[in-house]
Design a protein around this ligand. Structure first.
Ligand code: FES
Ligand SMILES: [Fe+2]
Length: 389
């Protein structure tokens, strides 16, 4: 059943009401959890298995603008190459030579006509077909069509490239997003934006501890008193729960001028941040003038490690009405602020959280009713894990 999508201004007024009352949307119950969620090798394996069945985002489309552009990436289960095709589509492959298994492409990104293996120099076209076997007269006859790169399910939608991290799976991003989130993302025209900055961080922290921190509206004034805490209100969320993904509005402090005054028909859009949780591992933030995508991937082996990726998607310079150097300076500055908050505030806190969880007697812990986005994340993960068994 499709749930109605409330107009933005209605959702913002609900957040404003919460601010006036010192309330927030709440989850139905307090949820206990144990440290093994973040430390157990068995649970880590079950988490990785989720990525074999559901799509997650590997790039913004603008990271692969031209045919033969590629990126490589470590997913939870496979090392992956994504390549833009001659026809404008994208394909994803396991980054591994089908001769004797050397890593095929070592660079993070680039443009090339062929992938050429460093070991015995077999080569592959960017559509994954085997192009040449060196010294093929002595190698022996093989069915070349069977030795192309192993393809992974891949789809481009809403300006992102999505993959399922399992060769035998199928992909249907619209079905995965569901009618509400698919419509919401379509309305953002994210494909018209450009990914102006992107970076990956390997952290000694379980991916769920990381994801939890970036769905958390409860920590802002305490962990970020001089940065985000000055800009965004703490512990106020107006939530839309779509039963897999969700979206919530959090008021910025600039909304305070409307605390005692009725905003009437004024648009309050510039006074909020809208956060989207895209199961299994993304936080998509809609800021007044840009989007930010945060991705949290389980490490292929270790429960206590993960990779976070941060991407900044902004209007292209030619669409922005800004001079090139103003545009560049604006997003540079924005990016530097984001990096500083991550490295100086969030990461140290989360690293010590992970090492705390590894105490032999860490004991049971709690997610409160106010931690509603985290509650939805864990509720939906539990469903995915149960479905898998
Ligand atoms: S392993 Fe790649 S050519 Fe031999
Ligand atoms: Fe934070």
């Amino acid at each position: 059943m499709t749930r109605p999508i409330a107009p933005r201004e209605v959702r913002i007024r609900r957040a404003l009401e919460h601010l006036r009352n010192g309330s927030t949307d709440e989850f139905e119950s307090i949820s206990p959890f144990g440290p093994e969620e973040f430390t157990s090798p068995e649970i880590a394996a079950t988490d990785r298995a989720i990525f074999a069945r559901v799509p997650s985002i590997i790039a913004h489309s603008s990271e692969l603008p031209e045919p033969n552009d590629f990126i490589t990436h470590q997913m939870p289960r496979n090392k992956v190459i994504v390549a833009r095709q001659a026809d404008g589509g994208v394909k994803a492959f396991v980054n591994l030579c089908r001769h004797r298994g050397a890593l095929l492409e070592e660079r993070d990104r680039g443009r090339c006509r062929i992938f050429s293996c460093a070991y015995h120099r077999w080569s592959y076209n960017t559509d994954g077909t085997l192009r040449a076997i060196t010294r093929d007269r002595t190698f022996g006859d093989i069915d070349r069509s069977a030795q192309g790169l192993v393809e992974l399910p891949c789809e481009e939608r809403h300006g992102f490239v999505w993959i399922v991290d399992e060769a035998t799976a199928e992909i249907d991003v619209a079905a995965w997003l569901g009618p509400e989130m698919d419509e919401i993302m379509a309305g953002y025209h994210l494909g018209d934006l450009v990914c102006v900055r992107g970076e990956a961080f390997d952290e000694p922290v379980n991916w769920k501890i990381m994801q939890d921190a970036f769905l958390d509206g409860y920590h802002i004034q305490y962990a970020h008193p001089n940065t985000a805490g000055k800009i965004v209100h703490t512990n106020i969320m107006a939530m839309e729960d779509f039963g897999r993904h969700c979206r919530f509005v959090a008021p910025r402090k600039s909304i305070d001028r409307w605390l005692d005054e009725d905003p009437g028909d004024h648009s309050l859009a510039k006074h909020v941040i809208e956060t989207h949780f895209l199961l299994p591992c993304h936080t998509l933030l809609r800021q007044p003038d840009h989007f930010q995508l945060l991705t949290f991937r389980p490490h292929p082996k270790e429960p206590g490690r993960s990779q976070m990726e941060m991407r900044l998607m902004v209007p292209r310079q030619r669409d922005s009405g800004m001079e090139m150097d103003t545009w560049t300076r604006l997003w540079d500055k924005n990016w530097q602020i984001l990096l500083a908050v991550l490295h100086q505030e969030d990461f140290p806190l989360l690293r010590s959280s992970q090492s705390g969880m590894e105490s032999a007697n860490a004991g049971p812990m709690l997610l409160g009713r106010n931690e509603i986005a985290n509650q939805i994340f864990h509720r939906e993960l539990r469903k995915l894990v149960t479905d898998n068994q």
